[in-house]
Design a protein around this ligand. Structure first.
Ligand code: AQP
Length: 328
């Protein structure tokens, strides 16, 4: 089976964007691939102002429980915590030394996250760590949302550069990006991507997978649309388009079917229908989450087993890379 690898950064409560763009795809396609999914806790340190140790610990536990609640099965997928596999940090350093600064300067995520801040070196080299995350596992596919497309491209460039400088070592992976739903926009601002860290400070921005039904309904009913009042398939503003994308991604219907259903309907009808659809989707996830979240021994075992299996693959690749550059 082809191997896939992907992860989610522990920077906040997971959103419906993380679910649609990443987690749901991983879970649905689990039987087709050999799967490695991790929690990017090292990446969560890139904005030091946002770090609170207890919050980070809480989030990590929440994300493992959510992975399981969303259907990732430890019998089918290796689930692990990035920091428990030291090879990631070691290969990251080698890649820092192989990656031209000019490549990192082009990254749009760095440009937007560093604006108005005094960015850390870690935020700048984040894509080199991400390249290490992926290439250590010789992954063929990387299922991600559209915002990570550029980072996967950089990963391919780093792999090619290393392979041509030192000798064949890394498989060059492809991003796996869904056609619709790969970039869910903020409910409060449909020109900006829905993001879990922004949701921490902006009420009504996101739908959190662990939000209560009242909060979810409120966020959807208040979602920004436009000056019109009914869906017009010939003239969809970004806000209405985003609601339709959410609807079709969760219902599995096509755009045509979704438009046939809502064209001419008031925005209120679309929003109410979407809210019920989201709640139907999220309710079983939340109830499984509640059962699993308290099972600390079990969660710890999943991560310990995952780290052991992940390290076996990662260490083999790291050893080869170290040999090729002369560190062995
Ligand atoms: N809005 C989105 N729509 C579709 N997919 C999304 N993803 C993120 N936001 C959306 C996908 O979720 C996976 C995990 O993302 P990440 O944790 O690595 O960080 P991110 O891409 O920067 O996502 P966030 O939620 O916006 O996190 P913060 O706020 O920390 O920056 C990825 O596959 C991503 O594409």
């Amino acid at each position: 089976k082809p191997r896939v690898l992907s992860g989610i950064t522990a920077t906040g409560n997971l959103t419906i964007g993380n679910y649609i763009g990443a987690l749901s795809v991983w879970a649905e396609e689990q039987d087709r691939y050999e799967n490695f999914f991790f929690i990017a806790d090292l990446h969560a340190l890139t904005i030091p102002e946002a770090i609170k140790a207890d919050d980070l610990r809480r989030r990590i536990r929440e994300i493992v429980a959510l992975y399981l609640a969303c259907g990732l099965d430890p019998a089918k997928s290796v689930l692990f915590l990035q920091s428990r596999v030291p090879a990631h940090a070691m290969l990251n350093w080698i890649f820092d030394c192989v990656t031209p600064v000019s490549w990192l300067e082009r990254m749009t995520q760095y440009k937007s996250k560093s604006q108005g801040a005094n960015p850390s070196a870690g935020l700048f080299t984040y894509p080199a760590l991400m390249a290490a995350d992926i290439l250590l596992y010789q992954a063929q596919f990387v299922p991600v949302g559209d915002d990570q497309r550029q980072h996967v491209e950089l990963t391919r460039d780093v792999a090619n550069r290393f392979n041509s400088m030192f000798g064949e070592c890394f498989r060059v992976p492809d991003a796996l990006i869904r056609k619709s739903g790969a970039r869910i926009m903020g409910l409060d601002d449909p020109t900006a991507k829905m993001s879990k860290s922004k949701a921490e400070t902006h009420e009504g921005h996101a739908i959190g997978l662990l939000d209560d039904p009242k909060k979810i309904r409120k966020a959807i009913m208040r979602a920004v649309t436009d000056a019109g009042s009914a869906v017009d398939r010939e003239n969809l503003s970004p806000g209405v388009d985003n609601l339709l994308v959410l609807h079709e991604a969760l219902s599995g219907a096509t755009r045509e079917e979704t438009l046939d259903r809502f064209d001419g309907n008031g925005y209120g009808t679309l929003k109410k229908d979407l809210a019920e659809l989201v709640l139907d989707k999220i309710a079983p996830i939340q109830s499984r989450f509640k059962e699993i979240h308290g099972e600390i021994g079990y969660l710890e075992k999943v991560l310990a087993d995952g780290a052991e299996k992940a390290a076996e693959v990662a260490d083999a690749t790291l050893n080869r890379a170290m040999e090729l550059v002369g560190l062995r």
